[in-house]
Design a protein around this ligand. Structure first.
Ligand code: SF4
Length: 197
């Protein structure tokens, strides 16, 4: 299976589902989780990798972190059916360990192809792994989240992963930062739309 960007998101997803480039993940995963993109969306949200619930369901962001993300997206007027969701890694690492560098590099062409096919106006990179994917190995969420960035001509906003927001609790900084960054993303999307008119 080759990760070229020809065809639709769903055609690309069908090719991702056949991928066996990571020998360990191919054995331990329940299924590949390519991501979901409702028609006509302008925003792509990228997380780290499927967790246990996502591995079972075949859909990104469906566990507790996904539920939190959904409620925060609703708050800022960007409900789930108006955004595409995927992960840096399309297969669950066993025991939810962090993705290995080699796995990220093997999977990189799939995300690159998804971005090319979807052509989003705005990308939201959530968590350290996604931040590094877009901004390089030295990327740190705390340093990058304050301002909109550029990724190959597209607006990019980096923020905390909702699982960090859960881990640090309702009074923790990651939840407040994520809420703020999603609001910033919604405002930026609106201003990009106005600029395109
Ligand atoms: S993580 Fe990505 S590159 Fe590795 S097997 Fe899954 S789809 Fe293929």
């Amino acid at each position: 299976m080759t990760p070229d960007a020809a065809g639709s998101w769903d055609e690309l997803a069908a090719r991702v589902r056949m991928c066996t480039a990571c020998p360990e993940l191919t054995v331990t995963r329940t299924q590949v989780v390519p991501g979901v993109a409702p028609p006509g969306v302008e925003v792509l949200i990228v997380g780290e990798a499927p967790g246990a619930r996502e591995d079972e369901a075949g859909v990104p962001f469906v566990g507790r972190a996904g539920q939190l993300l959904d409620s925060l997206l609703e708050e800022v007027g960007l409900p789930r059916d108006r955004v595409a969701v995927t992960n840096v890694l399309k297969c669950r690492p066993p025991s939810n360990r962090k993705p290995r560098r080699l796995e990220v590099e093997r999977c990189r062409p799939w995300l690159r192809a998804q971005i090319a096919v979807l052509d989003p106006v705005l990308i939201l990179a959530l968590g350290g792994t996604a931040a590094e994917w877009f901004a390089g190995a030295s990327a740190r969420v705390a340093m990058l989240r304050a301002q909109p960035l550029d990724y190959e001509g597209r607006a990019l906003i980096v923020s905390y992963h909702p699982s960090a927001a859960i881990r640090f609790g309702p009074r923790g900084m990651p939840l407040a930062a994520l809420r703020e960054d999603l609001a910033r993303a919604a405002e930026l999307l609106e201003s990009l739309r106005r600029g395109a008119r």
